[in-house]
Design a protein around this ligand. Structure first.
Ligand code: G4P
Length: 524
């Protein structure tokens, strides 16, 4: 196979959902189709269940699982499919956002009964920002659900994207009969059996009375609804989908393996192969001969005795070859990656080469940080891995004076992994940890103790938001910093950060200092 063919057959995507909508179940069923796993139940949910015996145990358990399921690759009908897993818990949403920078498209799972939920909206915002093509899978049709037209309206309104159903449900709940696949004009009947995969029935002309033989009195409803679908929604066109302006919608029941193959087949046909990536210096096309990639995730080894980590590299251009000499742009060092791993199914294996769209795991002893670029020599810096303004803040204090070195090292490494963000107060020099979720503080404390032998104490800081500030007007910037000096901090890169106590104070500052730009992500 040629280099170009290898690129064209790759589909790298993420599945996202509000917790419990069925992301894990759908992932598992896709892996079953791909032959990557044999039995249902092989993929474990990586969510932290409410009321778990111990959050720490859950964190450890989750980390163990999520390294295994971070990337799941499989071959299907000539395609190389790479599914990138995202954490289920909302406190880890930054991890999810970063993972979304490494995908070419996304499948959003929605619970038919619950509709669009808060986390779905947030995730869609990230996709919209990056113009990522999105397919919607409406799950749990075997359960009582609302009117599908209202759901379409809700998706359009709340996710701010045009929709186009490509399959349509025939009733729902106990009366669920199946779906009509508009994409390839066939009928698929539902039988609530977890293991069987249904044959689809080619059914071009639904006005034929045979339709009644299959679905009884629901046939007429289906005809009427499909007529309405064709009247209301424009003909499906891949261009707006690929531009991120239109989401095709499929219905099914992941638990019963129903509608999943339709989704997969249509997905492979319409979803984009690897797209160009954007470095600060230029746009990089996947089919360029020279190798380049970036690190979007770092995973610490769960074995506390070996502080090794795995850096996940998304290959953006060229072919990756094991043992070649590559350049680590941030440090300028030449590196040789001798045991890169690929993730086929839930197994890791050492590979000799990989192509754009692939993700490889690189063993790391603390040299990499999230966002690092690796190339075969060209000095480019991939962008698009922003940190978001944290919303929870605590001072971090050393609780064991004998271990201050360990604490410093631990905090640094955890920040490199992207667990949280570290700021230093310009007023009193104290270290501040900023996160987007409560759980991160527990993770930090637990990991510092178990992996670095350091103890820390947190002190709450009632703070609304941290934002990066910038201005072309040096005088105004100095004036601002002077006035707010108690609330100024530096981030890890030494940039100025303003810590606003409340939305009101932030608004006042914005109103008063018009020449200052307040940024809510670290990339500007
Ligand atoms: P998540 O990763 O998005 O958080 O969701 P997950 O797949 O774990 O699914 C959440 C719950 O919804 C699970 O039940 C799962 O079995 C159920 N589920 C998923 N898809 C469907 C579907 O199509 N129909 C129905 N009826 N249920 C579905 P659970 O009881 O929370 O977990 P479990 O004990 O069954 O694993």
């Amino acid at each position: 196979m040629t280099f170009l063919e290898e690129i064209q057959r790759r589909r790298t995507f993420g599945i996202v959902s509000h917790p419990d909508a069925g992301k894990t179940t759908l992932t598992e069923k896709l892996l079953l189709f791909g032959g990557a796993i044999r039995v249902a139940g092989a993929v474990k949910s990586n969510k932290i269940k409410k009321g778990a015996t111990s959050d720490f145990m859950e964190i450890e358990r989750q980390r163990g699982i999520s390294v295994a399921t971070s990337v799941m690759g499989f071959e299907y009908n000539g395609y190389k499919v790479n599914i990138l897993d995202t954490p289920g818990h909302q406190d880890f949403q930054e991890d999810t956002f970063r993972t979304l920078t490494a995908v070419d498209s996304v499948i959003i799972v929605i619970d038919a009964a619950k509709g669009v939920e808060p986390q779905t909206e947030k995730l869609m915002n990230v996709c919209r920002m990056r113009k990522t093509p999105v397919i919607v899978f409406v799950n749990k049709m075997d359960r009582p659900a609302g009117d599908p037209f209202s759901l379409m309206d809700e998706i359009e309104k709340q996710l701010q994207i045009k929709v186009r159903p490509l399959s349509w449900p025939i009733n729902n709940g106990p009366e669920f009969k199946g779906v009509y696949n508009i994409f390839n004009r066939s009928l698929k009947l539902f039988k609530p059996d977890i293991q069987t995969i249904e044959e689809r029935i080619k059914f071009e002309d639904i006005s034929k009375p045979e339709l009644e033989n299959y679905i009884g009195s629901d046939a007429q409803v289906l005809r009427d609804e499909l007529e309405l679908v064709e009247g209301v929604y424009p003909e499906f066109d891949t261009a707006p989908y690929l531009a991120g302006d239109l989401a095709p919608v499929f219905f099914g029941s992941a638990l019963y393996n129903f509608g999943v193959q339709e989704l997969l087949d249509a997905f492979l046909e319409i979803a984009p192969p690897p797209k160009p990536s954007f470095a600060e210096e230029r746009e990089v096309k996947p089919n360029e001969n020279r190798f380049s990639g970036f690190i979007f995730k770092i995973h610490a080894n769960i074995d506390p005795n070996h502080r090794s980590r795995i850096a996940f590299v998304k290959i953006c251009s060229g072919m990756f070859v094991r043992n070649n000499m590559y350049k680590h742009i941030r440090t300028g060092k030449t590196i040789r990656i001798s045991s890169p791993t690929a993730f086929m199914a839930a197994q890791k294996e050492v590979i000799d080469e990989a192509f754009p769209g692939d993700i490889i795991g690189v063993p790391d002893t603390g040299n990499f940080i999230i966002g690092d670029t690796i190339t075969d020599g060209e000095d480019i810096h991939y962008k698009g891995l922003p940190s978001f303004s944290p919303e929870l803040f605590r001072y971090i204090e050393n609780a064991d004076p004998m271990k201050s070195k360990q604490l410093g090292k631990g905090v640094d490494q955890l920040m490199d992994e992207g667990v949280a963000q570290l700021f230093t107060s310009q007023f009193n020099g104290r270290k501040i940890i900023g996160t987007v979720g409560q759980l991160q503080f527990e993770v930090i404390q637990f990991r510092l103790e178990h992996e670095y032998g350091a103890k820390c104490r947190f002190e709450t800081m009632p703070m609304h938001k941290a934002c990066w500030i910038q201005s072309d007007d040096k005088k105004e910037l100095e004036e601002f910093k002077k006035r707010k000096h108690q609330k100024m901090a530096k981030d890890k890169l030494g940039r100025d950060v303003f810590m606003a106590d409340s939305p009101f104070i932030l608004q006042m500052a914005q109103d008063e200092f018009k020449k200052i730009r307040f940024h809510f992500t670290s990339e500007f």
